[in-house]
Design a protein around this ligand. Structure first.
Ligand code: 5GP
Length: 188
């Protein structure tokens, strides 16, 4: 997606350990116009896919997911990183975050993810694929079906995308970063 790639090259910043900071338009300040274009592109790419629910993980996946849900007129459910005391019928899985170097539990209520659901997962980044694997686990535990996974930015050098595609999952990434070596952003 041309506008996204240009924005990454213009405003993205590299950090040690292969981290790309896009705080100026995705992760802190958000650009709703670009986010809408991102959602339109996801909808175009998943047009032939049978979906009845959009799913994401808090916090940065919520903005693109809600835009996709709005365009498709489908409900959006986000996996929570803190277990609310009031949550009933909960499904839980553990996710390792390499940006924070720790594991955390994510959970979703069976009231909002269950058998018969055909889920499109949307997130900001795909790196090693740990968050995506956690979602796959939750979808399986719920007896639901994963229809596809869409990421705004995929970092190809961390190979989460290889894992998901080899597992037969339909993956769409709107910008694919080949390398951040020497703090230079190389986009496919
Ligand atoms: P994964 O689980 O695929 O290894 O990493 C995905 C999650 O880690 C994303 O949801 C995102 O929040 C965070 N993440 C991974 N790499 C980056 C990065 O380079 N920049 C930012 N801002 N977040 C990242």
């Amino acid at each position: 997606m041309k506008a996204l790639k240009e924005r990454i090259l213009r405003d993205g910043k590299c950090f040690e350990g292969g981290i790309l900071k896009v705080d100026n338009f995705i992760n802190h300040q958000m650009d709703p116009i670009l986010m809408k274009s991102i959602a339109v592109e996801f909808v175009r790419r998943f047009a032939s896919t049978n979906i009845n629910k959009v799913m994401t993980i808090e916090a940065s996946g919520i903005a693109p997911a809600i835009m996709v849900g709005y365009l498709l007129e489908l409900p959006v459910v986000f996996a929570k990183k803190k277990k609310p005391v009031t949550m009933e019928n909960m499904l839980t899985t553990s996710v390792y975050s390499f940006t924070k170097d720790r594991s955390y539990d994510v959970c979703v209520s069976k009231d909002f993810l269950s058998k018969g659901d055909r889920v499109l997962f949307i997130d900001d980044f795909l790196a090693n694929g740990n968050a995506a694997k956690g979602i796959i686990d939750l979808v399986e535990k719920a007896g639901a079906e994963l229809s596809g996974m869409g990421f705004i930015i995929e970092k190809a050098f961390q190979h989460g995308g290889d894992y998901l595609r080899n597992a037969g999952i339909r993956v769409e990434s709107l910008a694919i970063i080949e390398s951040l070596d020497n703090c230079e952003i190389k986009i496919r």
